[in-house]
Ligand binder design. Structure first.
Ligand code: HEC
Ligand code: HEC
Length: 197
C-alpha cells in the first residue's frame, strides 16, 4: 500500500513541478543549448563522468533532470556547486538543459563486472526493495524516475545515504522511505552492484 501511494504521488508531483513537466515534448536540441552544455560537460563528462563525486548524466531521464535542477535552484537539494549553478536558471532553462542532457549517451560501466557473490547480494536487495518497480526492469529509469544503472559507485552510495539521513529530500518521499530500510552494508552492496550492471 505504501508503495502504491508513493507512485501516485510521483505521478501527481507538486504543482510547480507539474507545470514544468507538462510541456515535456522533446524538441530537437537547440544548438545554443548544446553550446551552453559545454561547462556542464567539463565536470560531468559527455555522458560518462570520470570525476569522483560527480554523477554521470548520460541517458538520464529529462523529466528527472528537471526535478533536480528545480530542487537545486530552490535549495531543496543542497549540493555544491549545483545550487550556485542553477540559481539563475529560468523555468525554460531547466527544461532546455534537461532536454540537452537527455541527448548525452548512457554511461559505460566502470571497471570489472560484479563477482558472483556481489551479484547475488545485489539481486536479492533489488528484489526485496522492489527497486525495479520504480526505476524500470533494467534500472535505466522511466519518466521522472532516474536511471541508476552504471552510475558512479561513490555517488550512488552518497545518494542512498543522503535519502536515509533525509539530508537529501526527494521531490517525492518514496526514496527516503525506501532508504530507511537499508543498512550501511546494504547501501555499500547496492552501490557496488548497480554501478557494475
Ligand atoms: C564544477 C563542477 C560542476 C559543473 C560545472 C556542473 N555540475 Fe552538475 N553536479 C556536480 C556535482 C558535484 C553534482 C553532485 C552533487 C551531489 O553530490 O549531490 C552534480 C549534480 C548534478 C545533477 C544531479 C544528477 C543526479 O543524478 O541527480 C544534475 C542534473 C546536474 N548536476 C546538471 C548540471 C548541468 C545541467 C550543468 C551545467 C549547467 C552542471 N551540472 C554543471 C558538479 C558540476
Ligand atoms: C516507490 C518508487 C521507488 C522505489 C521502490 C525505489 N526508488 Fe529510487 N528513486 C525514486 C525516485 C522518485 C527518485 C528521485 C528522488 C529525488 O528527487 O531525489 C529516486 C532516486 C534514486 C537514486 C538517486 C539517483 C541520482 O541520480 O541521484 C538512487 C541511487 C536510487 N533511487 C536507488 C534506488 C534503489 C537502489 C532502490 C531499491 C533499493 C530504489 N531506488 C527504489 C523512486 C523509487
Amino acid at each position: 500500500m505504501q508503495r502504491l501511494i508513493g507512485l501516485r504521488t510521483i505521478r501527481g508531483l507538486v504543482s510547480a513541478l507539474g507545470t514544468l513537466l507538462a510541456g515535456a515534448a522533446l524538441a530537437a536540441p537547440d544548438p545554443a543549448v548544446q553550446e551552453r552544455l559545454s561547462p556542464c560537460i567539463g565536470c560531468h563528462g559527455a555522458g560518462t563522468s570520470e570525476t569522483e563525486g560527480v554523477p554521470s548524466l548520460g541517458g538520464q531521464m529529462p523529466d528527472y533532470v528537471v526535478t533536480q535542477l528545480f530542487q537545486f535552484r530552490e535549495k531543496q537539494r543542497e549540493a555544491a556547486p549545483m545550487n550556485d549553478i542553477a540559481a539563475g536558471f529560468s523555468d525554460d532553462d531547466l527544461r532546455a538543459y534537461a532536454d540537452a542532457v537527455g541527448t548525452l549517451p548512457p554511461p559505460s560501466r566502470a571497471g570489472e563486472p560484479a563477482d558472483p557473490a556481489l551479484t547475488a547480494r545485489g539481486q536479492a536487495l533489488v528484489a526485496k526493495h522492489q527497486c525495479t518497480s520504480c526505476h524500470g526492469a533494467d534500472l535505466a529509469g522511466r519518466d521522472a524516475i532516474p536511471r541508476i544503472r552504471d552510475q558512479r559507485e561513490e555517488y550512488l552510495a552518497k545518494a542512498l545515504a543522503g535519502y536515509k539521513s533525509n539530508a537529501r529530500p526527494g521531490y517525492d518521499p518514496a526514496m527516503n522511505e525506501v532508504a530507511q530500510e537499508l543498512s550501511e552494508s546494504d547501501i555499500k552492496d547496492l552501490a557496488a552492484y548497480v554501478s557494475r550492471l
